[in-house]
Design a protein around this ligand. Structure first.
Ligand code: ATP
Ligand code: MG
Length: 342
């Protein structure tokens, strides 16, 4: 079955369709993005969702995907993800145990969530414990996303979290991948996740992103928000540009992201002393901030790379390499979703 990886962003729709070639390669067929009407997705009102769906339907029709089946992602900020350690047990025992465990860790009633878990391969074979990744999505959230998709006359073939999709497209869910911290800076939120041995081991989400940086530029320099976005995109965190004015406006907000990354690293390193974080990958639209890699590398003292979700895919000649490279960080979720069941 064909399907499209559909990233329902707060500010932008992004879709990717891949196909498997006869040689078994995964080939890019179509990608597309379009601005989404802001403030509707985060709303609790069905009227607002309908407006979002209407725009989604238009985007989808214009993008000319080959199918109406989509795999979509739930925003990390609204999903509960935890890694918990339990005594080694059988699959059957685990099912019961997870209900107990979930009750302790998840702040809403189990009747109101869809619960998923996955045993994380444990390197320490002699250990009598095992780690399990627990993901709980509120039913109100899954229903909302299903409704948004169906109102746009599309069919949901799968739903997963944004961090899982990103881990798949940027790190790879195989045990040989180096321990990596992924930071996805979108318009409204920033998600941080740590992927080790092919599994997600840590996630955190904060409500700061590209829009907050743009607002800071708008306030500090007295620009309208659209102009502020342009300045942010052109000068970003470059100290040498415009006497560092844009950089100075963004810095205090960006440093909130930096300190959250540092806290995540500190937390992780105390819990898994022998699992050093080897690199950081930045994705999301705001990963294109000029100067971001140098700034982060200096602040974190780690190797920092820009997200390239196209790596490993077969790309037909008709697609421009430069354009793909440019939009790569924004498409990490959509590519990860498109890779889910291919
Ligand atoms: N070159 C650039 N430099 C800095 N920021 C940029 C650049 N290009 C886009 N952005 C910002 O990236 C954000 C959009 O990113 P993205 O498409 O990942 O968001 P989204 O998925 O719609 O949002 P969210 O994931 O928070 O719901 C916007 O805030 C936009 O201003
Ligand atoms: Mg996003």
């Amino acid at each position: 079955m064909n399907f499209v990886g559909l990233d329902l962003g707060s500010h932008e729709f992004k879709g990717v369709e891949l196909k498997k070639t006869k040689k078994g390669q995964k080939e890019l067929m179509t990608y597309s993005s379009a601005p989404a009407p802001p403030h509707f997705l985060a709303s609790d009102s069905e009227v607002d969702w309908a407006a979002y769906s209407k725009a989604l339907e238009k985007f989808y029709t214009e993008a000319e995907f080959s199918t109406k089946n989509v795999v979509a992602a739930l925003p990390e900020s609204q999903v509960f993800t935890r890694v918990i350690s339990v005594p080694k047990m059988s699959g059957k025992e685990l099912k019961t145990a997870m209900k107990w465990e979930a009750e302790q860790y998840i702040p809403i009633s189990l009747e109101e969530v869809s619960l998923d878990y996955q045993v994380i391969s444990n390197a320490a074979k002699l250990s009598d414990k095992m780690d399990v990744l627990l993901v709980a999505a509120p039913l109100t959230l899954t229903k909302k996303y299903l409704k948004i998709v169906s109102s746009a006359k599309l069919r949901t073939a799968g739903l997963e979290t944004e961090t899982l999709a990103t881990a798949r497209s940027l790190v790879g869910l195989d045990s040989s991948s180096p321990t990596t911290l992924v930071v996805s800076i979108g318009a409204a939120t920033t998600d941080i996740s740590i992927v080790s041995g092919g599994s997600i081991r840590f996630t955190r989400s904060i409500s700061t992103g590209g829009e907050a940086f743009a607002r800071a530029v708008s306030q500090e320099l007295g620009f309208e928000i659209s102009r502020a976005r342009e300045y942010m995109s052109s000068y970003g965190l470059e100290e040498s540009q415009l006497e560092g004015k844009v950089m100075k406006a963004i810095k205090p907000i960006f440093d909130v992201v930096v300190s959250e990354i540092k806290r995540s690293i500190a937390y992780y390193t105390t819990h898994r002393k022998n699992d050093l974080i080897k690199r950081v990958i930045v994705s999301g639209g705001a990963a294109n901030l000029p100067g971001i890699l140098v700034y982060l590398a200096a602040a974190l003292n780690l190797e920092v790379q820009i997200a390239d979700p196209w790596e490993g895919l077969s790309i037909p000649e008709k697609f421009g390499r430069e354009e793909l490279e440019d939009i790569g960080p924004r498409f990490a979720v959509a590519v990860g979703l498109a890779l889910k069941d291919i």
